[in-house]
Design a protein around this ligand. Structure first.
Ligand SMILES: Cc1ncc(COP(=O)(O)O)c(C=O)c1O
Length: 404
């Protein structure tokens, strides 16, 4: 009875063409005369972002740790974060001995606005750093934000976990702040089963990052083996044949019948108190794998932009979602929709074969920031991975429109 839908669309797709597994060769037959794959990847990022430096790390979280540590802030320093954030980031900031404080997001854009940033800077004076989150890859008013921070002499770190090779004004997000951090975990635009990259656009900061990075160790092979096995499993579960028969039925029971998705998420957020920060580098295998994927990322972004535009156009005035500028459309990681009854919406979509992610970003200010709290409580994220074919995508649009 579960398999009657025309299409099945997983919330995320782990794409693992067998050619990607050719990285095994790179391990079996290492070529010492060549530069390491991680260095080559770092060089590629430096060139394409026009950055001063790039450092491959074991996760986006480790990257934020490295960038923030390198700013050399005093203990207890106030660090402004977007209230609508990934739950680990404020925990990390606190664990590092700083004080996370929050700027609310804007009702229209779902991002921290220049006005809300100014307000937070005044309220939490002195503010020693700002981490700007490019939520879902949406474009913030980055010039105004940078002007404000420069005026107050506050360094900016851009959290680019959701955005790779994309930005407004023919300039990538990640090139504005003193440093930027990318994540390569499974849901992200460049999926390497983990990993991340710190970019710096500041020569002084580059020197400090380099000194701190010196103590970062190469990750144990076993860790990567584990995450590679997990990637292969996820690739199988989210493949065109695997998802409908292997993953969809248990997800349907868990979400629709047992309400487990919501409960598990609450449990995970409540009980994951500390963030495991490991001073580790990106693995050579991930470096190799990334190099094979780099050329696809621009085309992926183009398709995501097209999907974003179609959804924004089709759902306009009927659903609540962040403002999308038709002339400068971002390549979204997920397309977030706000519902008063998100569980009901998620179940409806799932019954039609569309698997969504709920409340991926949460209000980290514990209700202090009203708009973030509101969106966080009702967010349903539509899948936007590049492997969704046009037919499947248009089906998903019709399903969403059928809800109202
Ligand atoms: C906005 C944001 N920043 C940082 C991170 C951390 O990245 P990682 O999972 O690679 O540690 C995430 C992870 O989902 C994220 O969504």
């Amino acid at each position: 009875m579960f398999l009657k839908n025309k299409y099945f669309i997983p919330r995320q797709k782990v794409d693992l063409p067998w050619s990607d597994l050719s990285f095994v060769k790179s391990v079996v037959a290492p070529r010492p005369q060549e530069k390491s794959f991680v260095s080559r990847l770092e060089q590629t990022f430096v060139q394409q972002y026009g950055a001063d430096s790039a450092f491959g790390v074991s996760s986006g979280t480790s990257g934020i740790y490295l960038a923030l540590k390198s700013l050399g802030l005093p203990a207890g320093a106030n660090v402004i974060l977007s209230a609508l954030n990934y739950h680990s980031i404020p925990k990390l900031v606190r664990q590092m001995g700083f004080n996370p404080v929050y700027a609310d997001v804007d009702e229209r854009t779902w991002l921290v606005s220049p006005e809300s940033l100014e307000k937070a800077i005044r309220r939490y004076k002195p503010v020693k750093a700002v981490i700007v989150t490019h939520l879902f890859g949406l474009f913030p008013e980055i010039h105004k934000i940078m002007d404000i921070c420069e005026h107050h002499d506050i360094p900016v770190i851009e959290d680019c976990a959701h955005s790779v090779f994309d930005g407004p004004d023919n300039r990538f997000l990640g090139t504005y702040g003193k440093a930027a951090v990318l994540s390569f975990s499974t849901t992200k635009p460049l999926n390497l089963s983990g990993g991340g990259m710190v970019l710096s656009n500041d020569l002084g900061l580059t020197k400090v990052i380099k000194a701190n990075y010196a103590s970062f160790k190469a990750p144990p092979h076993l860790d990567l083996l584990k995450s590679t096995m997990m990637t292969i499993f996820q690739a199988l579960m989210t493949s065109d044949t695997g998802f409908p028969v292997l993953a969809y039925p248990p997800i349907r029971v868990a979400v629709d019948v047992l309400n487990l998705d919501v409960e598990l998420r609450k449990f995970r957020i409540r009980h994951r108190q500390n963030v495991a920060v490991v001073e580790q580098r990106l693995h050579e295998i991930q470096g190799y794998w990334a190099l094979t994927k780099m050329s696809r990322l621009r085309a992926d972004n183009e398709w995501k932009k097209e999907m974003t535009q179609i959804l924004a156009h089709q759902l306009e005035n009927r659903f609540t979602f962040p403002f999308i500028d038709k002339k400068r459309t971002p390549a979204l990681l997920f397309f977030p929709l706000f519902f008063e009854e998100p569980t009901k919406a998620m179940k409806y979509l799932l019954r039609k074969g569309v698997d969504t992610k709920m409340n991926y970003m949460t209000d980290c200010s514990n209700g202090e920031c009203g708009t973030a709290a509101r969106f966080s409580g009702g967010m349903v994220c539509l899948p936007m991975h590049p492997s969704i074919t046009r037919d499947k995508f248009l089906y998903m649009v019709d399903v969403v429109k059928g809800m109202k």
